[in-house]
Write a protein that binds this ligand. Structure first.
Ligand code: SAH
Length: 213
């Protein structure tokens, strides 16, 4: 598959759709206009890649809806060189958005099939996360903590404590919390022990799974 002018045109339209739904950040909208989402998906979905919808990516997982990606990224309030931990690499599309916004990205995926696929794909397209990790995001990534931001792209039945602990003061955790449906939740760390919590609309994610071993 290639990236063509036709795809670019569809991306511009998608950015307009997201603006109409309330996405305001110019940086985030530019990322949507720039990143070839169709290349992160199976070729059989190419014609639909710029609809504001989630699609299967294998291993029972999905590439998140563009609105959700944009909404979560806005909540992170990224600044250049922010150190960001992403839980749930999936297709790598959200990772690419974070990289385009000049974050230093550590991304964790627990499905080996997806981890291997994105590792090859990132190299091919020139996306360079600081580290792609095969492992359990419930534990975060203590080796590189603390982070300016942590973004969870799977539905968490409850907020994993290690993720709260791995935030800098002023750092932000963006996490969909809930079982069948999730409330998008933002935690901002105020001090060693205090967090400000804000809740946004409801979303539907595939579940954040805990490794039993
Ligand atoms: N941002 C991705 C979303 C993928 S869906 C995209 O748009 O493509 C959520 C992903 O989280 C899946 O790939 C799933 O395998 C992964 N996941 C679920 N539980 C996890 C865990 N405990 N640790 C790391 N990744 C996890």
């Amino acid at each position: 598959m290639q990236d063509t002018l036709k795809h670019r045109g569809m991306r511009n339209k998608l950015a307009e759709v997201l603006m109409a739904k309330g996405i305001k950040s110019t940086k985030v909208l530019n990322a949507i206009r720039t990143i070839p989402r169709h290349l992160f998906m199976d070729s059989s979905f190419e014609a639909h890649a710029y609809q504001d919808k989630a699609f299967p990516i294998g291993a029972d997982q999905t590439i998140s809806q563009p609105y959700t990606v944009a909404f979560q990224t806005e909540l992170l309030d990224l600044q250049e060189n922010h150190k960001i931990l992403e839980i749930g690499t999936g297709s790598g599309y959200q990772t690419a958005v974070l990289l385009l916004l000049k974050a230093k990205v550590y991304s964790i995926e627990r499905q080996l099939e997806l981890f291997k696929k994105t590792s090859i794909f990132f190299k091919k397209l020139g996306y360079r996360p600081k580290k792609a990790i095969f492992g359990d995001g419930y534990k975060g990534f203590p080796e590189e903590a603390p982070f300016d931001g942590i973004i969870v792209t799977a539905g968490a039945p409850e907020v994993p404590k290690p993720l709260m602990a791995q935030l800098k003061i002023g750092g932000r955790l963006v996490i969909p919390v809930g079982v069948d449906e999730q409330v998008m939740t933002l935690f901002i760390r105020k001090s060693a022990t205090e967090f400000e919590k804000k809740e946004f609309g409801s979303f539907r994610f595939v579940p954040l799974l805990e490794n039993k071993n």
